[in-house]
Design a protein around this ligand. Structure first.
Ligand SMILES: Nc1nc2c(ncn2[C@@H]2O[C@H](COP(=O)(O)OP(=O)(O)OP(=O)(O)O)[C@@H](O)[C@H]2O)c(=O)[nH]1
Length: 363
């Protein structure tokens, strides 16, 4: 069947929340979750937590990476630090993402929104093969937007603001998905300044100059000042195609406007983007899977002990198929199935039927 026409029954929109550590992603997901529950009729979303290291999620995730990958065990077995552990845990989880997608696709027919909360360290999701695989898989299956969460009180300095916008621009370029800038924490710092800077780059350049000083001791424009002025012109182009909303995940202010931005502006574009993506997915999937397996090979080469303990043969599953030979690892929807699910066994320890299993779910 033509993949671009295979989703007629689906009506859900996926929202991938991405943002710097502490920007408020989890609080935002909690807030939009409670907003959707409070609609008449209630419209509970389908939520995926992709952060293996989070100790507490303030919402009930339907699929939680922590139920499948034991992050602490991955760190131990692969001799990794916290960030390497999160990346490897995400890589391992991604090898099972076809199962996750199966569950998502099933539920996408009955829910309005599928929401993904990503790891706190932004680069682990946005610059990894597994982040690309997950994004591609979801976006080719259902219409998808990226909600880029910004810590507004920490973005008031012009240079920081511009750095954050350049990062957002790079994520837009990498994901090529409809994009909403979500200025969070407006209860602490209103986002008007950001909108002004986005609408009028001359105001932004003036703010930059007053912050940094526009000329050196000889009256010449400083290198940084010229560079920033040029970059603000580049960003001007970025802003023309981007929606920006201000929200307070704490009070709920602006959440309705966020959903207006998702639904009103983007729905037809979203469907077009999804159809386009579905057509090119096969090539991209093979390429991303290859890179993912290379990532895992690097982990294994760095730590042969961990590789020995890994339950998978390094050459196994290169095609990305779930061909049933790893059928003992099942991703579960917590709301439908028995909890806990089964951890990916990074220790190769064989379990016996009568063995008591502890599931040290963090938090
Ligand atoms: N005042 C205020 N604080 C907020 C808001 N949203 C989040 N916070 C606070 O910001 C901090 C970080 O929020 P989280 O939701 O944990 O942020 P996160 O991006 O998920 O964090 P990591 O996953 O650790 O990167 C917490 O102390 C929140 O209470 C908001 O709208 N207003």
């Amino acid at each position: 069947m033509d993949p671009s026409t295979s989703t007629e029954k689906k009506k859900a929109i996926a929202i991938i929340t991405i943002g710097m550590a502490g920007a408020g992603k989890s609080t935002f997901v909690q807030r939009i979750n409670s907003y959707l529950h409070s609609q008449d009729p209630p419209s509970p979303p389908y939520i995926l937590n992709l952060d293996p290291a989070v100790t507490h999620v303030p919402f009930e995730a339907n699929i939680d990476i922590r139920d499948t990958v034991n992050y602490a065990e991955v760190m131990k077995q692969y001799n990794l630090g916290p960030n390497g552990g999160i990346l490897t845990a995400l890589n391992l989880f991604t090898t099972k993402f076809d199962q996750v997608l199966g569950l998502v696709e099933k539920r996408a027919e009955t829910v309005d929104y599928v929401i993904l909360d990503t790891p706190g360290q932004i680069e682990i999701f946005t610059w990894s093969a597994s982040g690309a695989i997950i994004t591609d898989a979801v976006a080719s299956s259902i219409p998808t937007v990226v909600a880029y969460i910004i810590d507004t009180p920490r973005t008031t300095a012009p240079a920081t603001f511009m750095s954050n916008m350049l990062y957002a621009c790079s994520i837009l370029y990498k994901t090529k998905l409809p994009f909403i800038l979500v200025f969070n924490k407006t209860d602490v710092q209103p986002h008007d300044f950001a909108l002004e800077w986005m609408q009028d780059f001359e105001q932004f350049q003036a703010a930059l100059a007053s912050h940094n000083g526009s000329t050196d001791s000889e009256g010449e424009p400083t290198y940084m000042n010229s560079l920033m002025n040029s970059m603000s012109l580049v960003l001007d182009e970025f802003y023309t195609n981007i929606k920006a909303v201000g929200v307070s995940s704490m009070t709920g202010d602006g959440i309705k406007e966020f959903f207006d931005a998702v639904e009103g502006e983007y729905l037809p574009d979203l469907e077009r983007a999804r159809a386009l993506r579905a057509k090119t997915l096969q090539d991209a999937k093979a390429d991303s899977m290859d890179r993912l397996m290379k990532d895992l090979d690097i982990d294994r080469a760095k730590n042969p002990q961990g590789a020995l303990a890994d339950r998978w043969d390094p050459n196994e599953d290169r095609d990305g198929d779930d061909d049933g030979d790893d059928g003992d690892i099942n991703i579960v929807d917590q709301n439908e199935d028995r909890w806990p699910s089964q951890y990916i066994d990074v220790t190769r320890a064989r379990r016996h039927e009568d063995e008591e299993i502890n599931w040290p779910r963090p938090g």
